[in-house]
Design a protein around this ligand. Structure first.
Ligand SMILES: [Zn+2]
Length: 328
C-alpha cells in the first residue's frame, strides 16, 4: 500500500490528567529501546509497566526490543532502575514533544473532503463518510450506538449489489479503538477510498466490507483537544482519580488476562468488568448481527510493522497458526 503520509505514525500515553483546556506537553519525555536478554529483564520491564511506564511495544520476550516512554519524573527513579539492570538499551526518541510539533492536523477545505497527507478531527472524518454515503450507492453509514460522552458510533458498510442476490462474506475493519492511534483511522478511510475508486474496487465483487473509522470517538477527540497520548475511553472510574478503560482489553474473551491490568491508572486497565465500556459493548452487539458471515476481522493499531493474531493471552498456538504466519 503506497500511502504518502507526511505524518508520524507513532504513539505513546498520558499519565497525568490535563487540568486546563490546553494540550498537555510532552517536553522532556524520552523513549528508550530495551532489548531484554534474561527472564529477570522481562520481569523488570513488567514491573515498570505496572508502575505506569508507557510501553509502546512489549514488554517483549528475550532478544526482541521493547520501546518505553518515561516522563521527566519517571526518569529519576524508574529509568535508572532499568538502566542499572545491565539490560541493553538506547535512547530511541530524545524528546517526544519535538515529534508532536511536526505532526500535521488540518481543518477540511470543504465539508467532507479529506486527504491522506494530514490528520483530521472526528467531525471531519464523520462528515467524510456521510458524504460518501450520499454520493455512492454502495455505501451506507450505520450508527451502532453512542459513546460514553454521547458521540455516535459509526460503521461504514460497503456492499456492491449482487445480481444473484447471494450473500457475500464480510471483511470487518476497525480503526482508532486506541484513541491516539490516529493513523489507523487514516488507514481505515484510505481503504474505503481504495475500495470505492482505487486499487481495491474488484474486491467489492467478492466481499462486503464493514469499516469503523473511529472505534473510540471520545478518546479520539480528547487526543486532539487535551492530551495527544490519550489511549483509553473517557469513562469515569468509581473510586479512582484516573479516567478511562483500555477498550482493547475490555472484550469478554479471557478478560483481565495476558497484558491487562486492574489498576485504572494504567493504560492497559481492562475495566471493572468485561464489556463495561459502551463502545465495546455496542460493537459486540452489532457484530452479533453480522457475525455469521464475517470471514476476516482486522483491527488497526500502531505502532510497529506487524500482524498480531490469536491467541493473545497465552503462548499456545491456534490450530491454523502456520496459515496466519504465512499471511503475515
Ligand atoms: Zn492500539
Amino acid at each position: 500500500m503506497s500511502m504518502r503520509f507526511k505524518l508520524l505514525g507513532f504513539l505513546c500515553t498520558c499519565h497525568v490528567l490535563a487540568v486546563d483546556n490546553t494540550m498537555e506537553s510532552y517536553v522532556g519525555y524520552k523513549v528508550y529501546r530495551f532489548t531484554p536478554s534474561t527472564e529477570d529483564h522481562i520481569k523488570l520491564l513488567r514491573e515498570l509497566q505496572d508502575a505506569g511506564i508507557d510501553f509502546w511495544t512489549g514488554p517483549s520476550p528475550p532478544g526482541r526490543t521493547s520501546d518505553a516512554m518515561f516522563s521527566p519524573e519517571q526518569q529519576v527513579d524508574l529509568l535508572n532502575k532499568a538502566l542499572s539492570s545491565g539490560m541493553k538499551n538506547e535512547v530511541y526518541i530524545s524528546d517526544v514533544q519535538d515529534l508532536l510539533d511536526v505532526e500535521k492536523v488540518r481543518t477540511v477545505q470543504a465539508p467532507g473532503e479529506i486527504d491522506w497527507y494530514y490528520y483530521y478531527k472526528l467531525d471531519d472524518l464523520y462528515a467524510h463518510v456521510e458524504r460518501l454515503a450520499v454520493e455512492n450507492p454502495y455505501v451506507e453509514v450505520i450508527k451502532y450506538g453512542q459513546s460514553y460522552e454521547s458521540r455516535d458510533l459509526k460503521v461504514v458498510k460497503i456492499s456492491k449489489f449482487c445480481e444473484t442476490g447471494e450473500t457475500k462474506p464480510i471483511i470487518f475493519i476497525e480503526g482508532s479503538t486506541h484513541a491516539r492511534e490516529w493513523i489507523s483511522s487514516a488507514v481505515a478511510t484510505y481503504i474505503i477510498n481504495e475500495l470505492l475508486c482505487g486499487t481495491l474496487q474488484e474486491r467489492m465483487d467478492q466481499f462486503d466490507f464493514y469499516i469503523v473509522p473511529v472505534g473510540n470517538p471520545d478518546g479520539y477527540v480528547y487526543s486532539h483537544t487535551r492530551s495527544r497520548m490519550w489511549r483509553k475511553t473517557r469513562s469515569i472510574n468509581k473510586g479512582s482519580r484516573c479516567v478511562g478503560t483500555d477498550p482493547n482489553r475490555n472484550w469478554n474473551y479471557q478478560w483481565m488476562t495476558g497484558g491487562s491490568s486492574d489498576d485504572p491508572c494504567t493504560d492497559i486497565y481492562a475495566g471493572p468488568e468485561a464489556f463495561s465500556e459502551v463502545e465495546i459493548r455496542s460493537l459486540a452487539e452489532f457484530y452479533q448481527t453480522i457475525g455469521n458471515n464475517v470471514s476476516f476481522v482486522l483491527t488497526l493499531h500502531i505502532y510497529g510493522q506487524k500482524i498480531v493474531f490469536p491467541l493473545g493471552y497465552t503462548r499456545d498456538h491456534i490450530p491454523d497458526y502456520d496459515r496466519y504466519v504465512r499471511l503475515a
